[in-house]
Write a protein that binds this ligand. Structure first.
Ligand code: HEC
Length: 148
């Protein structure tokens, strides 16, 4: 009985701790997935940036929609950085300094949630105020962990 419980627990823990790379058949699939997610992210981020920087007219509905997509897509790339998925423009340091990488990814997700809330407010000044910190959260990670 005790043994069975231990097995069940081990299986449960193994299931939870399954490397994210297991979701992808090949490392290239993970690289494609995360690059695709970042590409979509950057598009919606750029649309908000254009409004925040006065390069596009402020459109409250478009801002809200882009903010919603941004906050959702900001959650996606990270599962595709599992063990054994080195490649693309990702620096190998990601797999050596995972705590730092995770911290930067969480910071960016928090900033995109704030940006989405600002985009939803219908207030251009709030959008402007939230855009800078969000952009900095992208750059902070790229400076350390992305090859140009
Ligand atoms: C925690 C780290 C991290 C954060 C935060 C981050 N990125 Fe990246 N980004 C990366 C890495 C690593 C790559 C390279 C991925 C690869 O090629 O495998 C990348 C690649 C990209 C690419 C290129 C995709 C391609 O097709 O090559 C774009 C565009 C991009 N990021 C945009 C953004 C934007 C916009 C934000 C902020 C909203 C952001 N990133 C936040 C780490 C990050």
């Amino acid at each position: 009985m005790k043994k069975a419980c231990a097995w069940a627990l081990a299986a449960l823990v193994a299931g939870m701790a399954l490397p994210a790379s297991a979701q992808f058949a090949k490392a290239e699939d993970a690289v494609k997935y995360r690059q695709g997610a970042f590409t979509v992210l950057a598009q919606h981020f750029g649309r908000l940036g254009a409004m925040a920087n006065g390069k596009a007219p402020f459109d409250a509905k478009a801002a809200q929609e882009n903010g919603e997509v941004l906050a959702l897509v900001a959650k996606l790339p990270w599962a595709a950085f599992g063990a054994g998925t080195e490649g693309g423009k990702a620096k190998p340091e990601i797999w050596k300094e995972q705590a730092k990488f995770n911290e930067l990814s969480e910071k960016m997700q928090a900033e995109t949630v704030k940006l989405a809330a600002a985009a939803k407010s219908g207030n251009l000044d709030q959008l402007k105020a939230a855009f800078g910190p969000a952009a900095a959260s992208c750059k902070n990670c790229h400076d350390s962990f992305r090859n140009r």
